[in-house]
Design a protein around this ligand. Structure first.
Ligand code: IPE
Ligand code: IPE
Ligand code: MG
Length: 231
């Protein structure tokens, strides 16, 4: 890759697993399985390139309205992903942080997730946030209710501390695969000044080179943050 300005934090909307499988005349679950494999590959590559924080959208709050059969398959994938046997998640020692309301998951998976978060909490190679049953509107409403319950007004900094991304810098770059041009309830507050990048590739086929191209594209952009001069 050429000399470039790296994003500190990249967030991925990993969309297109179902269509990728359909094109191969395979069930949607086949696409989700390939999607998890690609998540490991792409996130590892991002960290290897020097990105410090990676956030992935694995399941939205609205995805819970999908057929039970598909949800069961997704939960099985989460189960094997977070299984106790797994010592390392990527080929680096990254901290794993799950964001979203995981109480909808079977209890054994919830326990494994908590275990993984505890075990990886000392890791310093990077931070990987995995959003499961996450919705930005729900997150914002919950934060507002917390502020009300504490009986206090908030400013931007204190409001940020009530969000599930507390202490985490906002994503510099949000990459959505699958060809749709929308955020689908992902990080609506945090994305205020994120650079957006859309790829027509389906998530399982989004390659390391595609990631590098997205970063090169980001690097050439002028982030003005409302001001008149770029950096
Ligand atoms: C994204 O792929 C993964 C999840 C939402 C769990 P989809 O399952 O939305 O795939 P498409 O968009 O139907 O192809
Ligand atoms: C967004 O994809 C959610 C995830 C990738 C987890 P969706 O497939 O749910 O988005 P819509 O329904 O096309 O907006
Ligand atoms: Mg989709």
């Amino acid at each position: 890759m050429k000399r470039i300005k790296l994003p500190v934090h990249i967030a991925f909307i990993m969309d297109g697993n179902g269509r990728w499988a359909k094109r191969r005349f395979r069930p949607r679950a086949f696409g989700h399985r390939a999607g998890v494999q690609n998540m490991t590959k792409i996130c590892s590559h991002a960290f290897r390139l020097g990105v410090r924080i990676v956030t992935v959208y694995a399941l939205s709050t609205e995805n819970l309205s999908r057929p039970k059969e598909e949800l069961d398959e997704l939960f099985d994938l989460f189960r094997s992903y977070f299984s106790k046997k797994k010592e390392r998640f990527l080929d680096m020692d990254v901290k794993i942080n799950v964001i979203g309301d995981i109480t909808v998951l079977p209890e054994d998976i919830q326990e494994d997730i908590i275990d993984v978060m505890e075990r990886t909490s000392v890791n310093t190679d990077g931070l990987m946030n995995i959003c499961i049953n996450y919705g930005a509107r729900q997150e914002i409403v919950r934060a507002v209710n917390e502020a009300v319950a504490f009986g206090r007004f908030v400013d931007e900094a204190s409001f940020h501390n009530l969000l599930s991304t507390k202490g985490i810098p906002d994503p510099d770059l949000i990459i959505r695969t699958g060809g749709e041009l929308r955020l689908s309830n992902f990080l609506l507050y945090q994305a205020a000044y994120s650079e957006l990048y859309f790829s027509d590739k389906m998530w399982p086929e989004f390659s390391r080179r595609d990631l590098e191209k997205a970063i090169e594209n980001y690097s050439a952009r002028d982030r003005r943050f409302g001001n008149v001069r770029g950096n």
